[in-house]
Design a protein around this ligand. Structure first.
Ligand SMILES: Nc1ncnc2c1ncn2[C@@H]1O[C@H](COP(=O)(O)OP(=O)(O)OP(=O)(O)O)[C@@H](O)[C@H]1O
Length: 361
């Protein structure tokens, strides 16, 4: 019943197309993150699921049930926004109890549910505090509690952590995931923060410019991005992408990267696809997978960032710039030349014209 199906969903505002044909299946009990840069259409999609906006065309089904014309209050969804919507003149207890009381729940039942949700969200010591005396962090926790206490089968959260501070955000990531495990709701979570999506979601729907780019588990979108947008967007830093031409080398197909040199041979199954496509490509590899090597791409060090034990080394410049992440200090400084090689199995190739990933085989 709580699966969500988005079918050919389109939303325009006048001439502006906010969402171009979205097809997405969210399973019952799944935690789906809608991830993408500002303006990509995440909130528009969410607002249509909630019933706050009508689709221009296309369908939204909850289970088998078409939601066309079903008002927000009848959809059985819980909604938490970026800006906590709570009653500041009430106590935390009164805020949490508000929904069940409106539904006419018995007093003892309300008390039991308020106690349980307060315990889960670490609000028990604050239950009798007036909401106007709480920090932004705690206000958002109360807002989540106020929605969660209704145990909605579908829980929609739109950037709920973007106004809270970084340390609290880390705590809340864990708590939200636990909340979902406990209630087993279908959760749709809008964020532009990939760390939130990667750590909490079962699957991530990556969006850009009103177009769904890829749907997959966090590891799938990280390891096998469908296109150059996803490759650059996922990962911190994103995937390195160097433009080059495939050429036949002595030991197999290699990519001529111009001033950066020539790559090691591609694995055979990937080479077969690249040969068939015959065009210019992007040679992609993750900064975390770069190793210093005797043979490989020889590049000047342009900048070194040290973040605790982690070191991000910037190599080359302009179009041929790449980043390499090391978990220790590898002794590289500006002015050095580094020879780096990504392991063949971690290399990804994208068609330079279409931006689409070429798969092995
Ligand atoms: N009511 C509206 N009228 C006109 N344009 C709108 C309206 N609502 C959204 N848009 C536009 O649609 C596009 C998508 O907006 P949306 O809020 O869905 O993006 P988003 O991915 O959630 O980004 P953000 O994180 O910035 O909210 C944006 O360019 C936005 O300006």
């Amino acid at each position: 019943m709580s699966a969500i199906h988005l079918q050919n969903l389109v939303k325009t505002f006048g001439d502006f197309i906010a969402l171009k044909t979205m097809d997405l299946e969210i399973a019952d009990g799944e935690f789906m993150a809608l991830l993408g840069p500002s303006g990509c259409g995440k909130s528009t999609t969410m607002n249509m699921i909630a019933g706050m906006e009508e689709p221009t065309s296309g369908k939204i089904l909850f289970g088998e049930r078409d939601m066309a014309g079903v008002p927000m209050g009848r959809r059985g969804v819980g909604f938490v926004f970026q800006n906590y919507a709570i009653f500041t003149h009430m106590t935390v207890r009164q805020n949490l109890a508000y929904g069940p009381r409106m539904r006419g729940a018995a007093k003892a039942e309300i008390e039991r549910r308020v106690g349980a949700i307060a315990e889960m969200l670490q609000l028990s010591p604050l239950l009798d505090r007036k909401a106007d005396r709480l920090s932004v962090n705690i206000l958002q926790r109360v807002a989540i509690g106020r929605s969660a206490i209704m145990e909605p089968a579908i829980f929609l959260l739109d950037e709920p952590l973007s106004n809270v501070d970084a340390a609290f955000r880390a705590v809340m990531r864990t708590e939200l995931k636990q909340l979902q495990r406990q209630f087993r709701q279908t959760m749709v979570y809008v964020t532009h923060d990939q760390l939130e999506a990667m750590t909490m979601a079962d699957r991530i729907a990556v969006m850009d410019h009103g177009v769904l780019q890829q749907v997959g588990t966090p590891l799938e979108v990280y390891n096998n991005p469908a296109n150059v947008f996803v490759a650059r967007f996922i990962g911190a830093p994103g995937m390195n992408l160097l433009k080059g031409w495939p050429i036949e080398g002595d030991r197999g197909l290699v990519i001529d990267l111009g001033s950066s040199g020539v790559t090691p041979p591609l694995p055979d199954d990937l080479a077969a696809s690249v040969r068939r496509a015959r065009g210019e490509v992007f040679y992609g590899f993750r900064p975390e997978q770069v190793a210093l090597a005797e043979r490989g791409l020889s590049m000047p060090v342009s900048f070194v960032e040290r973040i605790g034990a982690r070191t991000i080394v910037h190599l080359g410049e302009g179009e041929s710039a790449v980043k390499a992440v090391f978990e220790n200090d590898v002794g590289l400084s500006v002015g050095h030349t580094a020879v780096v090689a990504p392991p063949a199995s971690s290399v990804r190739i994208f068609d330079a014209d279409t931006g689409l990933a070429m798969r092995a085989g």
